[in-house]
Design a protein around this ligand. Structure first.
Ligand code: ATP
Ligand code: MG
Length: 221
C-alpha cells in the first residue's frame, strides 16, 4: 500500500491558547482539525481537508518553521515575531486572538522612576531580550539583560533582577507575586505569517484560506 501523499499546505500552530483560538478561524475556512493535540502525542495532525495538515511546534519556533518553508503558514504572537525579526515572513493579517500586553513590572515598593532617572544600570530579567533591549535603548536607560525561559515573575522576588519584561493579561499573576506594572511596551495579539515563496507558488490554495481568516478575525477586533 502506498502512503498518502504529503498535503499541499502545512500550518504551524502552538498548543494551548493559539491552537484553541485558531480553530474557529480554520472552521470559517471549512477546515476542521481531526485530532486533539492535548490528547495525542502526535506533532502532525490531519484535517478534514486532505490538502491541509497542522504541525504543533513551540510558540517561539513558529516563525522559524515558516521562514524556512517547513510550514507554509502559521500563527504567532507579536511578542514572538518581534523577537524573531520577521525575516522571510509575510504578515498579512492581525488575527486579533491571544491578546495581551508586553509590560515592565517591578516589586511593589521598588522606586522604578528613580532607578530609571538616576542613570544607574537597571537589571532586567526577560524571555524577550530583543524587545527589552530596544525599549530601554529608545528611553536611553542602561540595562543589564538577564535571559530567562520562564517564570519571569520570580526574578525580582529573589534578587535576580530589578525589573522584568513580560506578557500581562489580567495582571493576576503579577498581583499574586507582589509585582506591579510600571510601563506598557506594546499591545500583543497573534498574527498570521506566511512563507513568502509559498504565497507565490501556492497562491491558489492559500488565498481562500487567508480571506476566510481575514473575515473571521475581524469579528474578534
Ligand atoms: P511555552 O509555554 O511553551 O514556554 P509560551 O509561553 O510562549 O511557550 P503560550 O503561553 O502558549 O506559550 O503563549 C503563546 C502566545 O500566546 C504568546 O507568544 C503570546 O503571544 C500569547 N500569550 C501569552 N500569554 C498570554 C496571556 N496571558 N494572554 C493572552 N495571550 C497570551
Ligand atoms: Mg506559557
Amino acid at each position: 500500500m502506498s502512503s498518502p501523499a504529503t498535503p499541499q499546505l502545512t500550518l504551524a500552530l502552538s498548543k494551548g491558547r493559539i491552537f484553541e483560538e485558531t480553530l474557529p478561524l480554520l472552521e470559517a475556512a471549512g477546515i476542521r482539525v481531526t485530532e486533539d493535540p492535548e490528547k495525542s502525542r502526535k506533532l502532525i495532525l490531519s484535517t478534514n481537508d486532505p490538502d491541509v495538515r497542522v504541525i504543533i511546534v513551540r510558540a517561539s519556533d513558529v516563525p522559524t518553521y515558516v521562514q524556512y518553508g517547513a510550514a507554509d503558514f502559521g500563527v504567532a504572537g507579536k511578542d514572538v515575531l518581534h523577537e524573531h525579526g520577521g525575516a522571510g515572513l509575510y504578515q498579512p493579517i492581525d488575527l486579533n486572538i491571544a491578546k495581551c500586553r508586553m509590560s515592565v513590572a517591578v516589586s511593589v515598593g521598588f522606586d522604578y522612576e528613580n532607578a530609571v532617572r538616576q542613570g544607574a544600570r537597571l537589571r532586567v530579567a526577560t524571555k524577550y531580550t530583543e524587545t527589552a533591549r530596544q525599549h530601554f535603548a529608545a528611553k536611553g536607560v542602561h540595562v543589564d539583560l538577564i535571559k530567562l525561559y520562564g517564570s519571569m515573575e520570580l526574578a525580582p522576588l529573589v534578587g535576580l533582577s530589578d525589573a522584568i519584561v513580560d506578557l500581562v493579561s489580567t495582571g493576576s499573576t503579577l498581583r499574586a507575586n507582589n509585582l506591579v506594572e510600571v510601563e506598557h511596551i506594546m499591545e500583543i495579539s497573534s498574527r498570521l505569517v506566511v512563507n513568502q515563496a509559498a504565497l507565490k507558488l501556492k497562491r491558489e490554495r492559500l488565498q481562500p484560506i487567508l480571506e476566510a481568516f481575514d473575515r473571521a478575525s475581524k469579528a474578534n477586533a
